[in-house]
Design a protein around this ligand. Structure first.
Ligand code: DOR
Ligand code: ZN
Length: 415
């Protein structure tokens, strides 16, 4: 049996324990396990790696911005060992054929484990639900997607039991005035558009809905009325519209005020917001040149967990909450055995040192787009990452190959 020994964050406290692994899964958790294959980590803290419910790796169709290889390598360096790729690719993930096309690309190229979200803009057959990892609804027009008529949402979500993630901005509320600044972008797509969309869902949809990238504490309050779960991005927590980011801060829903981002962080650390996801959505620097024409979206998969670890070091979020929102809750929502140090779960861990604080520099990240809106912010990157018991990052360097990643959920049809 392979054993990893060290200071695990287990059952809400840091404990010196041995974790036994067989076939990539945790099979034993004890004070001491006798074995020949031991990996000892006397320094650093071991926590579950991140389950990122929301990334856009741009393949197929937009591979000058990112692809499964570069995106998943970035994920790995940021402590993410499972991600869900969003369906607004070309072709979009809205048919079995297009799903299989994306599945084959990701399977051959991904360093880390993955799931695929299916574009829900119509009723889907049960055989589709069996295969896909989750569903995504876009209520408004955004990068590369046309909106649906929100009135059909109750009907198309009725029989689905897997996770349904919704981009909630009310289409008719969005204005199209010329924009030259983040402030203009916020005025065109104000918080009220999100609030209106979430209110519609609360009033009309019975099933469980997961609201993507909330940008307003008010929409979280409304979502709670139906026990919808909510997700926030690091850019809505740590960036705001008054920063001098130009189009490199243009994103949907838009960055808000510093006051709002502070409230979102409070909601996250106090247990009201459930999940942090990166919404990694890179565009090339050339595409971001002209503010008004620039597509919305910014990269973030490699910096999400590192920024949160730094925030934990500052005392603004507990390690307990961090593990819940980054790993355990998304694992639970997706119904996969990841994101928790528990018997039967995948042995996916990161090992970090509180003292290994670094400035974020785009040149040290692995994105194809070559930039980050978090340039020069402090962060704590993992020194080691394990996926299914296999060491994947050793002292900050990757030691696995593309194609290691495995699709979830396992499915006979895809074998
Ligand atoms: O800003 C955004 N960019 N919001 C989205 O909903 C899509 C994303 C993208 O794909 O670029
Ligand atoms: Zn997105």
């Amino acid at each position: 049996m392979k054993v990893i020994s060290g200071k695990f964050f287990y059952n809400d406290e840091i404990k010196e324990i041995d974790v036994g692994i067989e076939e990539g899964k945790i099979v034993e958790i004890k004070k001491h396990i006798v074995t020949e294959e031991r990996y000892e980590f006397p320094e650093g803290v071991i926590i579950p790696s991140m389950v990122d419910m929301h990334v856009h790796f741009r393949e197929p169709g937009y591979t000058w911005k990112e692809d499964f290889e570069s995106g998943s390598l970035s994920a790995l360096h940021g402590g993410v060992t499972f991600y869900i790729d969003m369906p607004n690719t070309n072709p979009p993930t809205n048919s079995l054929e297009n799903f299989i096309l994306k599945y084959n690309l990701a399977k051959s190229k991904s360093y880390v484990d993955f799931g695929i979200a299916y574009l829900l803009d119509n009723k889907v057959e049960k055989n589709i639900e069996d295969i896909v990892t989750s569903f995504k609804i876009y209520m408004s027009e955004t990068t590369n997607v046309k909106p649906l008529n929100p009135l059909i949402i109750p009907e198309i979500t009725k029989d689905i039991t897997k996770n349904i993630t919704v981009h909630a901005e009310w289409p008719e509320c969005i204005k199209k005035y010329e924009e030259n600044s983040l402030n203009d972008h916020d005025k065109n797509r104000p918080e009220t558009c999100e609030i209106k969309a979430v209110r519609f869902l609360v009033n009309n949809v019975d099933g469980k809905i997961h609201i993507a990238h909330v940008s307003s504490p008010d929409s979280v309050d409304i979502a709670l009325a139906k026990k919808f779960t909510t997700e926030v991005t690091p850019h809505h927590l740590f960036l705001n519209k008054n920063m001098q980011l130009g189009a490199f801060g243009k994103v949907n829903p838009p960055l808000r005020s510093e006051h709002v981002s502070g409230m979102l962080l409070e909601y996250l650390s106090s247990g009201i917001i459930d999940v942090v996801a990166s919404d990694h959505s890179p565009h090339s620097p050339e595409e971001k040149e002209n503010f008004n024409l620039a597509p919305s979206g910014l990269p973030g998969v490699e910096t999400s967990m590192p920024l949160l670890l730094m925030e934990m070091k500052r005392g603004n979020i507990s390690l307990n909450r961090l593990v819940k929102v980054v790993s355990e809750n998304p694992g639970k929502l997706l119904n996969i055995k990841k994101g928790k140090i528990e018997l039967g779960y995948d042995a996916d861990f990161v090992i970090f040192h509180l003292s290994s604080e670094k400035r974020i520099k785009a040149k040290n990240l692995h994105y194809k787009c070559g930039w980050t809106p978090f340039e020069n912010m402090d962060a704590i990157f993992p020194d080691y990452v394990f996926i299914r018991g296999e060491m994947a990052i050793k002292k900050g360097e990757e030691i696995i190959n593309p194609g290691y990643g495995k699709y979830y959920p396992e499915n006979e049809f895809l074998k």
